[in-house]
Design a protein around this ligand. Structure first.
Ligand SMILES: Cc1cc2nc3c(=O)[nH]c(=O)nc-3n(C[C@H](O)[C@H](O)[C@H](O)COP(=O)(O)OP(=O)(O)OC[C@H]3O[C@@H](n4cnc5c(N)ncnc54)[C@H](O)[C@@H]3O)c2cc1C
Length: 447
């Protein structure tokens, strides 16, 4: 923290500035002028007044898991939301109020203590409430309940003009819809009120292996269409002979006394029935499943290397041929040894946040190419980012759409195409709520 919010020692200032000049992607770096750690709405307003008077750009920082500098700000002010991390559960109302800087792991801890859970959670719980809500937030339950942003009842925000506003579907609806999945363009989120549902105590997890992409996508389609599983996701994993195998991961809640009927749930699916994996887990343990991978990647060093990740939403009918073609592309070869490929069935009708762009139609598939680059090879990273851009263009040809939490260079005209008919509305909201254009320039949305 520097300047506005009081004196701090030089090493602390340097550490804050260094942290704010990088992100999980480790591809884009910048030199912010100052880092502020507000403890209240009024202190955020102070930062915005300070920045507006000097026409300095401003970006919020939550968990720092952006992939391509989206939360960075060269020569401007970083608003570190970390101190705005209070989480309060209102069990009787089925709601939870979280500071924008709270992490999803804090949200889960507080909600589970009351036997409740958000209906949709991102897989990785290390991101902040604000950071995930401005991108959307996909999780294992998205095929039924849409994105995390669709679960928000109310937001307290500070607009780019410095005004504190409480907005919801009923109050200041245009601002509410401009903030959720709105890439931080119109306001900084201070606090969010989220819907909760009863949490299961136990879940049964099925891992179902498919050698043939066509049968995998057919099963994924079936599972997304009915409600037999609460969570459905998938992966492509490298197999022998340069091929890939496809794994459905599906989860059914249960209370222990009455376990799910396996034959009913998976009997009619087309996976290899000889190697299916079935396991009962506590719900909390299930939610923490990525922690083990994170620990491992920290040990191998991959967690701190560059991450040129790409996430796309595809029309389901295109995914069955698009995904194997991308995985066979020599430019994606490194995914076999250093990275992961995630798939997720989605229901377009469940996705409600207007600024979350999606392909036409109801049956959609999310594809994440989560590539880790070798260390000390900036040219290699540039090549991987260029490969992301090429895959994004191929996806657009089949009706695919970018999920903006990706490492892809995008020019203002690309964003105009990305937002399509929603672009004019976003541009109007930007002019109204951030009239000096100081917020969240890391996306390069405007000229
Ligand atoms: C390991 C990993 C796993 C992931 N898993 C998932 C997943 O399962 N599902 C999914 O949908 N995404 C996932 N993502 C993407 C991730 O959720 C997004 O990148 C998200 O924006 C990160 O949130 P953060 O708090 O870490 O953001 P930061 O890097 O701190 O910020 C990201 C963006 O949000 C803005 N922002 C942050 N806080 C606020 C605020 N309070 N108000 C306004 N703008 C704000 C920043 O300015 C920046 O533009 C994953 C990313 C990683 C690296």
């Amino acid at each position: 923290m520097t300047g506005i919010s009081g004196p701090v020692s030089r090493p602390d200032v340097d550490a804050c500035l260094a942290r704010a000049s990088d992100d999980f992607g480790h591809i884009v770096t910048s030199r912010p002028l100052s880092v502020h750690t507000p403890r209240s709405t009024a202190e955020i307003q102070d930062v915005l007044a300070h920045a507006t008077a000097r026409r300095l750009p401003v970006s919020a920082r939550g968990g720092g898991y952006a992939l391509y500098g989206q939360g960075q700000v060269d020569g401007g002010c970083v608003v570190d939301m970390g101190a705005l991390n209070e989480v309060r559960c209102l069990p009787d109302e089925g709601l939870l109020v979280a500071g924008a800087g709270a992490l999803w792991s804090d949200v889960v801890r507080v909600a589970l203590a009351e036997g409740l859970t958000p209906p949709v959670l991102p897989d990785h719980l290390g991101g902040s409430v604000g950071g995930v809500l401005v991108t959307g937030g996909f999780g294992g339950a998205s095929h039924r309940h849409g994105v995390v942003a669709d679960q928000v009842r109310e937001l307290d925000v500070v607009t780019g003009a410095g005004e504190a506003v409480t907005c919801s579907r009923e109050r200041h609806r245009d601002l509410f819809h401009a903030v959720l999945a709105g890439l931080g363009q119109c306001a900084l989120i201070v606090r969010a009120t989220l819907r909760l549902v009863p949490a299961p105590t136990l879940v049964r997890r099925y891992r179902l292996y498919h050698q043939d992409p066509a049968t995998y996508f057919a099963d994924q389609r079936r599972l997304a269409r009915d409600d037999r599983f609460s969570h459905v996701s998938g992966q492509a994993r490298p197999a022998v002979g340069g091929t890939w195998e496809y794994v459905v991961e599906a989860v059914a809640p249960h209370a222990g006394r009455l376990p799910p009927d396996d034959a009913l749930l998976i009997g009619g699916l087309a996976h290899d029935h000889d190697i299916e994996e079935i396991e009962d887990l506590g719900y909390a343990e299930y939610l923490r499943r990525p922690d083990r991978d994170e620990r491992l990647l920290r040990v191998t060093g991959e967690w701190t290397r560059p991450h040129p990740w790409l996430t796309l939403l595809l029309p389901e009918e295109a995914a069955a041929s698009f995904v194997p073609a991308v995985l066979a592309d020599p430019a994606q070869h490194g995914l076999r040894t250093c990275g992961a490929v995630q798939l997720r069935p989605l229901d377009g009708a469940a996705l409600r946040a207007p600024l979350l762009r999606r392909p036409r139609g109801e049956r959609l598939c999310l594809l994440s190419l989560m590539r880790t680059a070798p260390p000390g090879d900036p040219d290699g990273v540039r090549r991987l980012v260029a490969a992301n851009r090429a895959v994004h263009e191929r996806a657009r040809e089949v009706g695919g759409v970018l999920y903006p939490a990706s490492a892809v260079p995008m020019a203002p005209e690309d964003w105009r195409a990305h937002f399509g008919h929603a672009y004019e509305g976003l541009a109007r909201a930007k002019a109204q709520y951030d009239p000096y254009g100081i917020l969240t320039r890391g996306y390069a949305l405007w000229r």
